[in-house]
Design a protein around this ligand. Structure first.
Ligand SMILES: C[S@@+](CC[C@H](N)C(=O)[O-])C[C@H]1O[C@@H](n2cnc3c(N)ncnc32)[C@H](O)[C@@H]1O
Length: 283
């Protein structure tokens, strides 16, 4: 797949940096995001026979959960930009006993996803990375049948998510960088409920509901803070600086992150709150 210009940076990120890291840590990522995905799945309540689009399906764990819920008479399309994550999704599907999943490498903002084909468009944290969210959600709306529903999770703002913002702030300070301009694609791009509402309304959705889901996240075992810090540094906006640093600087950067969360680290490891929105709407 050749990336579209406006999403090319995210394409590279999810194919070359975050994607391989996500695949290597898939169980851990599923453990962290699972409770939020389950809240969204409960809200979406997929029924036997339904056709579902899983947007930004990544390694396919929610795609499989959806496939089991809709059963043999239903079908699920998992669409994602990341070839490496789709490869893992294909492995998961192959080893599960389901015959109703299709996986496709797509840019969900630009590529055709079908016209009025789906009863449900679902996503666990896969809809915050579009250069143009208005165009992307209009594209998702056109893939839904009339009165079809969209249900997704996205992160609330940095203040409600110290598990991301504390290490990010420490990394920015270490590399002496200014915070990135707000509003671009990234984990917090749909943090503001007013923005979510305007994106969905402009795409033609109605009956919009935005519910909080807050969980305490257990981020590492007691001894594995360097692995945790490395993960945050590669997933965060200092990734380029971190990856281009010397091994000594990388060690110092990881140590700064570990210092920044020291008060949240106890005998049971590192624990911090995470807060998402579960968003639903009808076409
Ligand atoms: C935070 S991950 C979530 C993955 C998966 N939904 C999960 O919960 O494990 C975000 C996913 O969105 C995908 N993504 C980002 N921008 C995309 C786009 N424009 N079109 C399709 N997928 C995209 C990424 O490749 C990645 O797999």
């Amino acid at each position: 797949m050749k990336p579209f210009d406006d999403n090319a940076e995210q394409y590279r990120f999810w194919n070359e940096l975050a994607g391989p890291l996500w695949v290597a840590n898939q169980d851990e990522m599923d453990r962290l995001t699972g409770p939020f995905g389950e809240a969204a799945l409960a809200n979406a309540a997929p029924r036997p026979g339904e056709r579902v689009l899983d947007v930004g399906c990544g390694c396919g764990s929610t795609t499989l959960a959806l496939a089991r819920a809709v059963g043999a008479t239903g079908a699920v399309l998992g669409a994602d930009m990341s070839a490496v994550m789709l490869q893992r999704a294909a492995e998961q599907v192959a080893s599960a006993d389901v015959g109703n999943v299709t996986l496709q490498q797509k840019d969900a903002q630009h590529d055709a996803l079908g016209t009025h084909e789906f009863d449900l468009v679902f996503s666990r944290f896969g809809v915050m990375f579009f250069a143009d969210p208005f165009a992307a959600f209009a594209n998702l709306a056109s893939a839904l049948r009339p009165a079809g529903r969209v249900v997704f999770t996205c992160w609330q703002g940095p203040g409600a998510n110290p598990w991301m913002s504390l290490p990010e702030r420490a990394a920015m300070a270490y590399f002496e960088l200014e915070p990135p301009a707000p509003g671009g694609p990234g984990p917090f791009s749909l943090a503001d409920p007013d923005h979510i509402t305007s994106v969905l309304e402009r795409a033609g959705f109605r009956d919009i509901a935005i519910e909080p889901a807050v969980r305490e996240l257990s981020l590492s075992g007691a001894g594995d803070l360097h692995g945790w810090a490395e993960h945050r540094l590669v997933m965060g906006s200092t990734r380029k600086h971190y990856l281009e640093s010397s091994p000594e600087q990388q060690l110092q950067a990881r140590s700064k992150l570990i210092e920044a969360v020291a008060e949240h680290h106890g005998p049971e490891g590192l624990r911090l709150p995470g807060a998402a929105w579960v968003v639903s709407a009808l076409r």
